[in-house]
Design a protein around this ligand. Structure first.
Ligand code: ZN
Length: 309
């Protein structure tokens, strides 16, 4: 459209007031909120046993005393691991089963990976131990993301253990915030439809697809990709059974076509918490998870906020 003279100025004024109105409206819908992530929590992952029987041992070595046993298909939360290649037997990573003991990682598969944090300081030192007296191995910049596997509580800082350039390393937890986890078990990583304009698979029309479709059989656990508060839980038109999480800093995520919802509106959920089970409800052509994210009221490609495993 081309405007000239008076009409152009009038159009510009109109556009200006429309913009002001839009900004007021979005600030009403998405008010700036204080981050509610709270103090750092112990990083955990979830693994499933793939051997018929798997001993739990007192220490991360096959020489250590057996203190329990797990069986094929059992899923356990683990809260620590030995770094690859640095175990006494040198064979595999060992995981620490929360409150129980150590299991060999060779007989497990990862269901939910370790949390990822993102650096909130301009520059963050990476150290060889959990304290400011330890050697500096390198530096991370604002926005860089690292996987963390253990928390060492301390003062004035709490320290996350991570791996930096192949070495065990520590970063001050206070200069990070939780980034995100993949919203399904990591083995479900096939994206069958990307974010953005696409040809609708049902009516063949060009439409905007406000999320990514990840293939998963019905009944697969769906995880909160970040911590937050449940803003919607229930049926939502074409999305079918649906959960929306407000992450408290302008980021919202939603999960559609579920077969079951396990959370309620107002409930606080942690990073990686199960929200329900994936399914095929609503306007869907087959079992999958429709995962969408908004930043400041605008749909964004979820892959800009979470990395595909
Ligand atoms: Zn979709």
């Amino acid at each position: 459209m081309v405007f000239s003279g008076k009409r152009r100025r009038r159009a510009a004024r109109l556009a200006g007031s429309a913009l002001v109105f839009f900004l007021l409206w979005t600030s009403f819908l998405f008010p700036a909120t204080v981050r509610a992530d709270g103090p750092p929590s112990e990083p955990t992952a979830e693994v499933e046993v793939t051997a018929d029987a798997l001993n739990i041992r007192e220490a991360p070595t096959t020489n250590a005393r057996i203190v329990g046993v797990l069986y094929r298909g059992q899923k356990v939360t683990v809260d620590d691991l030995t770094p690859e290649g640095q175990t006494i037997d040198g064979v595999s990573t060992w995981y620490h089963v929360a409150g129980r003991g150590w299991i060999s990682g060779a007989y497990t598969r990862v269901i939910r990976g370790w949390p990822v944090v993102e650096v909130t300081a301009d520059v963050l030192n990476v150290r060889s131990g959990p304290g400011t007296g330890y050697a500096i191995l390198g530096q991370l910049r604002r926005g860089e993301r690292v996987e963390v596997v253990h928390l060492v509580r301390g003062s004035p800082y709490n320290w996350y253990r991570t791996v930096y350039r192949g070495k065990v390393a520590y970063i001050a937890a206070e200069y990070t915030r939780p980034a995100s986890v993949w919203p399904l078990p990591v083995s479900y990583r096939t994206i069958t439809s990307t974010w953005g304009t696409r040809i609708d698979p049902i009516d063949g029309q060009e439409k905007f697809h406000d999320g990514i479709d990840i293939a998963a059989p019905s009944g697969t656990p769906v995880y909160a990709f970040r911590a937050g508060t449940v803003a919607y839980a229930g049926w939502n038109g074409g999305y079918g059974l649906y959960v929306r999480i407000d992450h408290g800093d302008g980021v919202t995520s939603f999960y559609g076509h579920l077969s079951r919802v396990d959370v309620q509106v107002g409930q606080r959920v942690s990073l990686g918490q199960t929200l329900g089970l994936s399914g095929n409800t609503g306007r869907s052509t087959g079992p999958h998870l429709h995962f969408g994210t908004w930043v400041s009221g605008r749909s964004v490609d979820p892959l800009t906020l979470v990395s595909r495993p």
